[in-house]
Design a protein around this ligand. Structure first.
Ligand code: ADP
Ligand code: VHF
Length: 369
């Protein structure tokens, strides 16, 4: 057994995330038998002394049948209506199911702001910590009924990774309808499961696709992003089938295990790189990409080829390469309106008052890709 799997199997504090496709079916809504099997596995782990926070999707899926909706609606208002009905069904089912083990559940519905804004973050931290101290199992979902398009997480894999950091979890377990990460979309023929992801080279070149069930939102793309986020926070991740929650939670011997990054980011740098919302983007030439992403240098105006968005000095921006891939994030030192006349120019060509880094190295976090 690898060190990563051992760390997951022996974690004292664990976030378990279960996806819509593992709990709901398009026609008939919430599948209580599958939910009970998941709860059996979680209760067994709690009985071993592990504190568990469950991040559960499935509100929208569970709300479809009661509202006579044949499939997941596309518009936000109908999704919110379905989530409103489905979240109640979901909470009720968890309370009943954990009740079989005399375990109490607490519902925590979060919006993006609760995790991204620092003051709200501490508030959420206190709630989780008290629920766990009192022996309850927090059941988390996005507060879909109030979240608008602009402020949504939209994907619970990311929410689970941020909650794992927030509660200081020792590991994150993502349970889905697929039993791990494959080297290509498993629907497209012969593909092989990747058992261990030690670093980025293990996932280089693999093709990841979207959800197959039409119920989940992010597909494998969002699971990989969540695994990177958790890894940056020093948290190992297991991706496994919800149908085998028992195997995943008891021994961590199944699925795909993602090793945590060697060096854990400080809370501020984690927030900057992975939690904060970006207000704009700076496009970088190849030299600047190497300087900021590999050499950890400050970003100078000379290496910027374009500016997108409307932002102020002090805001967080994405730094993207020529192919539009985010390579780093940082706090920008200029307003977006000031930058167009500075970019592409060397420092000695700039007026003295503007001769400073556009993003200082101390305010910049290279992203794991
Ligand atoms: N490389 C890949 N490895 C595994 N699954 C993949 C891959 N590419 C795409 N997928 C799809 O991603 C789906 C899981 O995502 P999703 O349905 O959003 O899950 P959940 O509802 O659990 O969040 C799988 O059922 C699978 O069809
Ligand atoms: N908050 C939404 C789920 C969003 C989501 O990320 O779904 P999934 O990809 O199934 O984990 C719901 O409860 O329906």
């Amino acid at each position: 057994m690898t060190q990563t799997r051992q760390a997951i199997a022996s974690a004292r504090r664990l976030v378990v995330k279960v996806g819509s496709s593992a709990l709901t079916t398009a026609g008939s809504g919430l599948d209580v038998a599958r939910l009970d099997a998941l709860v059996d596995a979680i209760a067994a782990r709690v009985a071993r002394g592990t504190q568990i926070v469950l991040v559960s999707s499935g509100a929208i899926g569970a709300g479809l049948a009661p509202l006579s909706l044949a499939k997941r609606p596309r518009d936000l208002a109908s999704q919110q209506a379905a989530a409103s009905v489905g979240q109640l069904a979901l909470a009720h089912a968890y309370a009943e199911s954990f009740g079989r083990y005399s375990l109490t559940v607490g519902q925590v519905l979060l919006t993006n702001d609760d995790v991204v804004r620092r003051a709200h973050y501490r508030n959420a931290q206190r709630t989780f910590s008290r629920l766990l101290a009192l022996g309850a199992v927090p059941v988390v979902n996005e507060n879909d009924t109030v979240a608008t398009e602009e402020i949504r997480f939209g994907d619970n894999d990311r929410l689970a990774a941020l909650v794992a950091h927030l509660i200081g979890a020792d590991a994150l377990v993502l349970l889905s309808d697929v039993d791990g990460l494959y080297d290509g979309d498993p629907r497209s023929g012969a593909t092989r499961r990747i058992a261990e992801v030690r670093d980025e080279s293990d996932v280089d070149g693999i093709s990841v696709g979207m959800s197959s069930s039409g119920l989940g939102t992010g597909g494998m793309v969002s699971k990989l992003a969540a695994a990177r986020t958790a890894a940056a926070a020093g948290i190992p991740v297991l991706l496994a089938a919800a149908a085998n929650a028992e195997g995943a939670l008891a021994e961590a011997g199944v699925g795909t295990a993602f090793a945590a990054a060697g060096t854990r980011l400080s809370a501020r740098r984690f927030w900057l790189g992975y939690a904060a919302d970006a207000s704009g983007r700076l496009r970088l030439d190849d030299g600047a990409v190497t300087a900021v992403a590999r050499r950890r240098r400050s970003l100078l105006a000379a290496g910027i080829t374009g500016v997108d968005g409307d932002f102020h000095a002090g805001d967080v921006v994405d730094l993207v390469d020529a192919r539009d891939r985010a390579v780093a994030r940082g706090v920008v030192a200029f307003d977006s309106g000031e930058l167009p006349e500075l970019i592409g120019r060397s420092s000695h060509e700039l007026p003295a008052e503007q001769r400073r880094e556009v993003v200082h190295a101390d305010d910049l976090v290279p992203l794991r890709r």
